[in-house]
Design a protein around this ligand. Structure first.
Ligand SMILES: Cc1ncc(COP(=O)(O)O)c(C=O)c1O
Length: 464
């Protein structure tokens, strides 16, 4: 692929879509890998998104050109874009909007979940306690021999599981239960904004630990920045928006530090099902610190949810905490119960169906996201662009510095330099400001790759 040969071409001579060129390189890579268990079919990945697209649109007569869907034909995209525009305060965008902001995906959840919920709605009334089934489903999901998690994971006892209504409420209750107003709480920056808001809303002080936003960064943080006097650390891992997965050694050092200084470690692991550490082999990211000694892990509260991995935000699917220390688990469970923040019956049914029967769906989805992530790298290489960006090792986000200086001739003149400039071009991402990083944009890549190409064309070349 002669990326330099493209530099001299006029825009008019460029092909309409780079996807076919990307596919050629994808197939070449598949030839080099021997594992037959890996799905490396580029067309299958595109077909995945294409199928989602057509499935979620009910417009009679909507035209779908293979690999070239238009945002306006997609019902689901419309609802996401509308929701996003309410959030950003933008009532309209001047051009066809590409909704790449909020962290949900352009595909319906596995059909089996909808069927189970619909059946339950007409047969179950009143209050139900299915916590044991939920706890068993979570425990099974993390079993080393289970379908999703490789041997690196440590076993999760069903007794350590607490069902909760949402991830952020679980973080909030953990801070309320185990810390005091005025306490210092460590948190990564940039990171998911509501986590930092939780700290402030509880009258606690955020102690920022910087994490690199560069794709070439080491998978670690500056351990000297850890604070002995903090009473907790709230850690988004994998980190949203940078997709950072810390090295096993770094995880171990954090766990040991927290254990030594009696610091509660609250991990938000909601993006952990989307691990892309090795290309073409997506897998779940193991529980944070699972390589650490059991003794050192007794003050961790791991929080996760099926909402993100199985696209169940509208239900929502159940969230849960894994609290290995029995005393802490009891205290935490009581605090959740006292606030009526347990996971609802339907959300738990969704979790059980997802963890029992959603594995194959999740795998296909992960390969399709892997393809999209590789397409982003391909796009920049092909055009000879060198923006400051990262996809991290997990998640479905492109984290892009709009203010980065790029020596290449292409970007200098036409690239959008601010979040507002992206909005003006109809690219509705998430403003880096909400993660504590103004000048950045987060783009959701869980969509048809043609949408990603359109968005990048608009951002870098002002081309529609
Ligand atoms: C890192 C992270 N945590 C939590 C949430 C929200 O979870 P919940 O709605 O269950 O509070 C999100 C949603 O995007 C997220 O990205």
């Amino acid at each position: 692929m002669g990326r330099h040969s493209k530099m001299g071409l006029t825009e008019a001579k460029q092909p309409r879509s780079l996807l076919s060129k990307m596919d050629a390189s994808y197939h070449a890579a598949s030839g080099k890998l021997r594992s037959s268990s890996v799905t490396l079919n580029a067309q299958a990945c595109q077909d995945f998104w294409h199928a989602q697209w057509t499935a979620s649109s009910s417009d009679e007569g909507a035209e779908y050109t293979r690999n070239m869907p238009m945002a306006k034909d997609n019902k689901h995209m419309h609802t996401r874009t509308k929701f996003l525009s309410q959030q950003t305060g933008e009532s309209t965008t001047p051009v066809d909007p590409l909704g790449m902001g909020i962290a949900d995906m352009d595909c319906p959840p596995p059909g089996v979940i909808g069927k189970r919920l619909a059946a339950a709605l007409s047969s179950h009334y009143g209050y139900h306690d299915i916590h044991h089934a939920t706890a068993n489903a979570v425990s099974h999901w993390f079993k080393p021999q289970g379908t999703q998690h490789i041997a690196a994971n440590s076993p999760v006892s069903p007794h350590s599981v607490v069902g909760v209504a949402s991830v952020v409420s679980a973080v909030d209750v953990a801070l309320k239960t185990f810390c005091q107003p005025g306490d210092s709480i460590m948190i990564l920056t940039p990171t998911y904004g509501p986590l930092k808001a939780c700290i402030a809303l509880n009258g606690m002080q955020a102690h920022d630990i910087a994490i690199s936003t560069s794709s070439k960064a080491a998978h670690s943080i500056n351990l000297n920045a850890l604070c002995e006097n903090a009473s907790a650390m709230v850690l988004c891992h994998p980190n949203n928006p940078t997709g950072t997965v810390l090295s096993e050694q770094c995880q171990e050092e954090i766990v040991t530090f927290c254990h030594q200084h009696n610091i509660l470690l609250v991990t938000d692991e909601v993006h952990s099902e989307f691990g892309f550490s090795s290309p073409y082999r997506p897998a779940s990211v193991p529980l944070f610190g699972s390589k650490s000694r059991l003794r050192d892990r007794c003050n961790i509260i791991h929080i996760n949810s099926v909402s993100k991995a199985f696209n169940l935000a509208a239900v929502p699917g159940a969230s849960y905490a894994i609290v290995p220390n029995p005393d802490s688990k009891q205290q935490f469970a009581q605090a959740i119960k006292a606030r009526h923040l347990e996971a609802s019956f339907l959300s738990q049914l969704a979790l059980i169906a997802a963890y029992k029967d959603g594995g194959a769906w999740l795998n296909a989805l992960r390969h399709s996201i892997d393809y999209n992530r590789q397409f982003v790298d391909f796009y920049f290489n092909y055009h000879g662009l060198h923006p400051d960006y990262t996809l991290g090792q997990a998640g479905y986000f492109l984290w892009l510095n709009l203010e980065s200086k790029d020596a290449s001739r292409y970007t200098c003149t036409s690239a959008a330099r601010s979040f507002q400039a992206c909005l003006d071009r109809g690219v509705m991402g998430t403003d880096g400001q909400s993660f504590g990083a103004p000048g950045f944009i987060r783009l959701n890549l869980a969509c048809h790759p043609r949408v990603i190409e359109q968005a990048l064309d608009r951002i870098f070349f002002n081309r529609f």
